[in-house]
Design a binder for this molecule. Structure first.
Ligand code: VG1
Ligand code: CO
Length: 544
């Protein structure tokens, strides 16, 4: 069958953000929008003829439509094989694993992560390279450049693939293999964690609730937590993926998982609560009477990873995104291992992981992962927590408190202002940047002296590349920090993120209310950036 070349005209707005191209479904369903973008990706790659491409998504509305298009375009462009998850489903970490496991050339991950789905919701496409991780900026920049000049794409005129039938089909000269989305991933988890110990934990009456948020982790959690680990049926809730996430917002934070949080704060509640987002790469961890901030969770997992078989030899290093709290830095210091601070987004961890310089990575936005794949991995984090709980035989609260007594506590919060006018948000950032040189040495709130103020630039120690303007950092002499940046995943207006952090030493006060502990910094951020005056907002849209 001969590929057809179809003429098209470019769209001006196909610039990939922090994690792929995220747009409203109404934008994606414009004529040739998907086709242009996928062809632009393939035009930016070399050497894939005859090779394997992995395709999978979080099952949200438009997933199936985009996958059928992607398969035809892949065939017409000369890929030899496509591996696709049954029903078009692969969680983001599972897709990363499948790319690595089958030594594929790369993969298309179809997701808008934690953003709502449905005809009025969001959709997204991301390209991952052969290491299983998100394409680095060099590629995403080339893709964007290509989208601006694209004049045609290649496709085939064929019937739709039956995405539900496990096994092999053909599209033109290309083989399409539909695979079980869960099996390979579940095998991988069993090489990393002590499943016997975790089974013992559940057998001993430990109670857990896992909220799959009607999204992609449902089948994974059913198979692993209730199946392989023997947790009672009903442990996994909202476990059937829905194209609209049952009209929910699949973001595992204290706003959208409030009910679970409240349940964990009661005596009758379970011992452990966890949740994952739309595409399965984020995690929320709540113990009885103890919410664990993602930044603390990164530090705790790094400090205790050696208790799980996959990491018993110790970890090589830790990396965290710049806005993530410095809690993990103290663990790295104590372990005498490398610590890296990277820009926001998992693509910046890839080189460090590939080079073996770090084993565990994390972001304050509820993302943690390790060198087992090249994406953050929600269920992985939950299983590592379970493994640690099974070995230490303590509650989450006890483990967290002991950690603070050893390392001190980094009080941490993020205030998001969503759907702010983009012009106002950009001016705010520009004017703040202009103020930075004058800040060092200044004293705020009597005793908070600015130690440094800059716009974060990352120098990748592995490939020597530089990424500038990654967020404004204002650091104080006592280790406190204010960070401001604009989100790169939103689809409407701008989202301003304000990250606040204050360090309290090991012998200090660890029981303060987080928002109160950070009040002085919240005030300084307002004083410097004028968020309320400029945006007219009286409070953040989301506090995490
Ligand atoms: C957000 C988070 C970032 C995360 C990204 C993708 O980006 O802050 O830490 O890597 O989402 O996560 P931004 O640019 O909006 O701040 V996911 O779960 O959407 O793939
Ligand atoms: Co996600």
């Amino acid at each position: 069958m001969t590929p057809k070349t179809i003429e098209t005209t470019p769209y001006a707005d196909q610039k990939p953000g922090t994690s792929g191209l995220r747009k409203r479904v109404t934008v994606y369903s414009q004529p040739n929008y998907v086709e242009n973008y996928i062809q632009a990706i393939f035009d930016s790659l070399e050497g894939f003829a005859g090779k394997t491409l992995v395709i999978g998504g979080d099952g949200r509305f438009y997933n199936d439509v985009a996958i059928q298009k992607a398969i035809r375009i892949a065939a017409a462009n000369g890929f030899g094989k496509v591996l696709v998850g049954q029903g078009g489903i692969l969680s983001t970490p599972a897709a990363s694993h499948v790319i690595r496991h089958y030594k594929a050339f790369g993969g298309l991950v179809l997701s808008a992560s934690h953003n709502p789905g449905g005809p009025e919701g969001d959709f997204g496409i991301k390209y991952n390279i052969g290491n299983g991780g998100p394409a680095p900026e060099k590629i995403t920049d080339a893709v964007f450049a290509r989208t601006k000049v694209i004049t045609s794409y290649k496709t085939l005129e064929t019937d739709d693939i039956d995405l539900d039938a496990i096994g092999t089909q053909r599209v033109g000269d290309m083989v399409v293999e539909v695979i079980d989305p869960v099996a390979d991933y579940a095998d991988l988890m069993q090489t990393l964690f002590d499943f016997d110990a975790i089974r013992g934990l559940f057998a001993g009456g430990f109670r857990m609730t896992f909220d799959a948020m009607n999204a992609v982790t449902g089948p994974f959690a059913h198979a692993i937590i209730e199946g392989l680990l023997g947790a009672p049926k009903g442990t996994v809730v909202n476990g059937t993926p829905s194209p609209t996430f049952n009209d929910g917002h699949p973001d595992p934070n204290l706003v959208y998982c409030k009910d679970m949080h409240d349940l964990l704060m009661t005596p009758e509640g379970p011992d452990f609560g966890a949740a994952s987002d739309g595409d399965g790469d984020r995690n929320l961890i709540i113990g009885k009477n103890r919410f664990v901030t993602p930044s603390d969770s990164l530090a705790l997992l790094a400090a205790n990873a050696h208790l799980a078989p996959g990491y018993k030899a110790g970890i090589a290093g830790i990396a965290r995104s710049m806005p993530t709290s410095a809690a993990a830095d103290r663990v790295a210091e104590k372990l005498g291992i490398e610590m890296h601070e990277t820009p926001t987004g998992w693509k910046f961890f890839g080189n460090l992981l590939d080079a073996g310089r770090v084993t565990i990575c994390g972001e304050e936005s509820a993302g943690t992962g390790s060198n087992h794949v090249r994406e953050k991995d929600g269920l992985w984090a939950v299983l590592l927590w379970l493994n640690i709980l099974a070995v230490r035989k303590q509650s989450v609260d006890e483990i967290v408190r002991e950690h603070w007594k050893t390392y001190g506590r980094n009080y941490y919060t993020r205030h998001d202002y969503e759907e702010v006018d983009a012009g106002i948000a950009n001016t705010l950032m520009q004017e703040l940047r202009a103020k930075l040189p004058s800040l060092p040495g200044k004293v705020f709130e009597d005793d908070l002296q600015v130690a440094y103020a800059d716009d974060f630039t990352y120098h990748d120690p592995v490939d020597g590349s530089t990424s500038s303007m990654q967020g404004v950092r204002i650091g104080f002499a006592d280790g406190s920090r204010i960070v401001l940046r604009l989100s790169g995943t939103g689809t409407v207006g701008a989202t301003l993120r304000v990250y606040l952090e204050r360090y309290e030493a090991a012998d200090g006060r660890h029981d303060l209310d987080t928002q109160l502990a950070l009040e002085p910094l919240i005030g300084i951020a307002e004083q410097l950036a004028g968020i309320k005056a400029r945006t007219g907002r009286t409070e953040p849209s989301v506090i995490t």
